[in-house]
Design a protein around this ligand. Structure first.
Ligand SMILES: *Cc1c(COP(=O)(O)O)cnc(C)c1O
Length: 374
C-alpha cells in the first residue's frame, strides 16, 4: 500500500508507448460486435458520443448471503431485471450500500482498475453501519474482475471514456420489523461512460438544506443518502447552477461537500479540503488527489473550512469517480457570486492530468494504485 514517503522526491513521468491504438478497430464495428481484433473486440457504440447516461451491457454479477452466513460464490448472468419480495429491507427501509469505480483501457490494450481494494473496504464499513454482512475483499475484487471481463467489449477505447462499475449491496430478504434482513444480495453491473466534463461548473451554497448529520450515514455510501437531496439539486439546476455545495448542519458555517463529490480550495501553494469526520463521504479520488498533491510539493490541509474562505480562494475543484476532477468556475453564497481561475495553467488541471494519467496508464504508476485485469 502507498505511503506518502515512498514517493518523496519522485515525479510523475509519462509512459512512452510505441503501440498506438488502431482507430480502424472502432470504425469497423459490425452490427453487433467486431470479432476480428481479438483483445480489441468492441461493442457497437458511437464512442465519440458517449455521455454519462446508462448504456445496457451484457452481464451482471450476483452473489447472495443468507442470515448468519458468508456470501456463497456468485455467478454472472445476463443483465436484466431482478425479482424481490415486496417486504425486502431495501424496498421498505433503504437498507443498501452503493459503490462506484471505473475501468480504463490503456493505449497498449490492457484494462486497468484504480484502487479497487479501497472500494471493497468502504463497502465493508458501510455494511457494518447498516447491519449487513459484506463480501470479503477477495469476493469483492473477484466479482468486479469477472464483471469487467465479461463486459470487456464495452470498455471504451483509450481517450474515449471508461467503464463505470456499480457494485451494490442490498437487504433482499423479507422483513416487516426494522432489523436485519434474512438475505442480502451483492450485485455488480457496468456501463460505458464518456469523459464527464461539464463546460462550466457553477455551484450554489445550500441554505437550510443539509446532506448529512453527525451520527447519521453521510460518511458511508448509503443508498438512503441520495433521494433526500434530489429536490435541492433540481431546484438549483432550475436556477442555472450545476450542483449544490452543502454546509455542516451543526454550525451552518463550514463547507462540507457537493452532492456526489468532495471539494478542495487552492490558495498559493496550499490546498485545503474539509476533514472527513463522519458527515463527509471519504472519497477515493479525494484521498488520491491529496496524496498526489503532497508528492508534487503542495501543502495539503484537512480541516474545517469556513464558507467565507470561498471568497479568498484562487481555485476550487470537486473530486469523485464520475467527474474525476471538476473545475469550479463560480460559487454563489447568499446572492454573492465569486469566480475562480480555471484552464490549463491551474493547479487543479495539473492534479487532474496526473491522476487521469495514472488511471489510464499514460503516466508510470509509481504509487502502485492500478490493477491490470488479466
Ligand atoms: C461517491 C461520493 C463521493 C466521491 O467518492 P469517490 O470515491 O471519489 O468516487 C463524494 N461525495 C459523495 C456524497 C459520494 O457519494
Amino acid at each position: 500500500m502507498f505511503r506518502a514517503k515512498d514517493c518523496e522526491g519522485s515525479s510523475f513521468t509519462e509512459v512512452r508507448s510505441n503501440s498506438t491504438y488502431p482507430a480502424a478497430a472502432v470504425q469497423a464495428c459490425g452490427p453487433d460486435v467486431d470479432n476480428s481484433h481479438g483483445n480489441r473486440e468492441y461493442a457497437n457504440v458511437n464512442w465519440d458520443e458517449l455521455g454519462f447516461g446508462l448504456t445496457p451491457t451484457d452481464y451482471m454479477y450476483i452473489m447472495k448471503c443468507s442470515k448468519e452466513e458468508n456470501f456463497s460464490p456468485g455467478t454472472l448472468t445476463p443483465l436484466g431485471n431482478m425479482e424481490m419480495s415486496p417486504s425486502s429491507g431495501i424496498l421498505n427501509y433503504a437498507q443498501g450500500i452503493l459503490e462506484g469505480m471505473k475501468a480504463y483501457r490503456t493505449e497498449d490494450g490492457r484494462i486497468l482498475l484504480f484502487r479497487p481494494e479501497l472500494n471493497a473496504l468502504r463497502m465493508k464499513m458501510g455494511a457494518e453501519r447498516l447491519c449487513m454482512p459484506s463480501p470479503t475483499m477477495e469476493q469483492f475484487l473477484d466479482a468486479v474482475k469477472q464483471t469487467v471481463n465479461a463486459n470487456k467489449r464495452w470498455v471504451p477505447p483509450p481517450g474515449k471514456g471508461s467503464l463505470y462499475i456499480r457494485p451494490l449491496l442490498i437487504g433482499s430478504g423479507s422483513m416487516l420489523n426494522l432489523g436485519t434482513a434474512n438475505e442480502h444480495t451483492f450485485i455488480t453491473y457496468v456501463s460505458p461512460v464518456g469523459n464527464f466534463h461539464k463546460g462550466v461548473v457553477n455551484l450554489v451554497v445550500g441554505e437550510n438544506v443539509y446532506r448529512a448529520t453527525p451520527g447519521g450515514t453521510g460518511g458511508i455510501k448509503a443508498i438512503c443518502n441520495y433521494a433526500s437531496i434530489y429536490k435541492t439539486i433540481s431546484e438549483a439546476k432550475a436556477k442555472g447552477f450545476t450542483d449544490v455545495l452543502f454546509l455542516d448542519v451543526v454550525t451552518g458555517k463550514n463547507i462540507e461537500e457537493a452532492s456526489t463529490s468532495n471539494i478542495f480550495i487552492v490558495k498559493g501553494n496550499t490546498i485545503s479540503t474539509p476533514a472527513t469526520d463522519g458527515t463527509i463521504l471519504p472519497g477515493i479520488t479525494r484521498k488520491s488527489i491529496i496524496e498526489i498533491a503532497r508528492v508534487l510539493g503542495y501543502e495539503v490541509e484537512e480541516r474545517a473550512i469556513p464558507v467565507e474562505e470561498l471568497f479568498d480562494a484562487e481555485e476550487v475543484f470537486c473530486t469523485g469517480t464520475a467527474v474525476v476532477v471538476n473545475f469550479v468556475s463560480s460559487i454563489t453564497y447568499q446572492s454573492k457570486r465569486v469566480e475562480y481561475k480555471t484552464g490549463v495553467e491551474t493547479v487543479s488541471r495539473k492534479l487532474y492530468n496526473t491522476l487521469t494519467g495514472i488511471q489510464t496508464g499514460r503516466i508510470e504508476d509509481k504509487m502502485e494504485w492500478t490493477f491490470t485485469l488479466d
